[in-house]
Design a protein around this ligand. Structure first.
Ligand SMILES: Nc1ncnc2c1ncn2[C@@H]1O[C@H](COP(=O)(O)OP(=O)(O)OP(=O)(O)O)[C@@H](O)[C@H]1O
Ligand SMILES: [Mg+2]
Length: 346
């Protein structure tokens, strides 16, 4: 389980892990959880469809009992969750994955796919991005299925990525997840990793950085992968010769901050209601934070409890999270600086 702020590289890492599994011929599927009214139904449908697509390459082995069972159960699971138009060349198994109760059907399908993969000396992985948005029912079902697979020595794995609050949601889902999963916090890079991220890709095609330019860019990036990418790309557009100089770096940072301030940050700020914005303004006084929910309430001249619904909405929108009890922080690096740069009036 990979957790971390926006733009630290969770999705890139998840895709890389998937690439490794695929290179070993493992059966993998990837889903991205979403918030919203039809999200739960949609994600089940995507899961079932992806599973059918990934299973197609085993259709030629339907003569072997274990693969035939897998293909039939995958077909059942697909039919149960509304997938049409993909045939695996077998009849569905009416006794497997046909209840419509995701907990039961997921266990059936995972069991039968994992048994076939075990016979093929391979594994089965479900990759889940934006896992903080997964609905409770499916989350609990996946945790139970992972537990069940572990007990039965089936090669099935859930690999998830999401915002910092999702491991706590997993822990709430059942009593065993703490031992069930391996949790990794993905954070900003070290100073030297940040320097390398600027220098190595540039050098591979020629250009180099002066020490002053590099120092400015490392500082402006906050060592966050997404900002390294942005400022590195801006440098490319701005500089006319190399080694890149201090002035080039200043111009690149300025230009890119302007662009972030008219797109990346406002796209998030605009999702908040006026009350929620007031709350974020109160938080921004603490810089990168975290803020105390009590202090934030004091700044707004109200009680912690009366702000609860706004805070909950901001968490649901993925704009803030609670690092510890009584604390609140932005999920997007640089958000507090943006809010202050805008010099918004309370
Ligand atoms: N290993 C990497 N190599 C090159 N660029 C990277 C790498 N990791 C991250 N990045 C850069 O950082 C950006 C953000 O990465 P990514 O989308 O994986 O973050 P994230 O943690 O999934 O963010 P979010 O929470 O917003 O989904 C990428 O678009 C890319 O520009
Ligand atoms: Mg991502």
């Amino acid at each position: 389980m990979l957790s971390g702020l926006r733009g630290v590289g969770k999705t890139v890492l998840l895709n890389r892990l998937r690439g490794i599994a695929l290179a070993h011929d493992w059966l993998t599927i990837k889903i991205e959880a979403q918030a919203g009214a039809s999200a739960a139904r949609d994600v089940r449908n995507v899961l079932a469809r992806e599973l059918q697509i990934a299973s197609r390459r085993y259709a030629p082995r339907s003569g072997e009992a274990v693969f035939k069972s897998m293909l039939r159960t995958v077909s059942s699971f697909g039919a149960t969750f509304g997938v049409s138009g993909i045939s695996l060349g077998v009849d569905l198994d009416p006794s497997r994955a046909r209840t419509g109760v995701v907990d039961i059907d997921l266990r059936d399908v995972i069991e039968d796919v994992a048994r076939a993969m075990r016979a093929a000396r391979q594994g089965f992985v479900i990759f889940i991005d934006e896992m903080q948005d997964l609905d409770e029912e499916l989350l609990v079902a996946l945790v139970a299925a992972q537990h069940h697979a572990g007990q039965n020595e089936l090669p099935f794995f859930v690999v998830g990525a999401g915002l910092p609050n999702f491991p706590a949601r997993l822990a709430d889902a059942r009593s065993y997840p703490e031992r069930l999963f391996d949790y990794r916090v993905i954070g900003k890079l070290s100073e030297s990793e940040t320097e390398e991220s600027f220098v190595i890709p540039a050098k591979s095609v020629g250009p180099t950085y002066s020490d002053e330019a590099l120092e400015l860019l490392v500082k402006a990036s906050g060592r966050y992968p997404y900002f390294i990418q942005e400022f590195g790309s801006a440098m490319w557009n701005v500089a006319t010769s190399h080694p890149f100089q201090r002035d080039d770096a200043t111009a690149a940072i300025h230009a890119r901050l302007q662009r972030l301030d008219s797109g990346f940050f406002p796209s998030r700020w605009d999702r908040a209601t006026p009350k929620e914005r007031e709350y974020m303004l109160a938080m921004a006084e603490d810089g990168e934070g975290p803020s105390s929910t009590r202090v934030a309430a004091e700044r707004l001249g109200t009680k912690v409890t009366s702000l609860g619904p706004h805070r909950a909405q901001l968490i649901a929108k993925g704009l803030v999270y609670s690092p510890e009890y009584g604390e609140i922080a932005f999920t997007v690096p640089g958000m507090s600086d943006f809010i202050r740069r805008q010099n918004l009036e309370r």
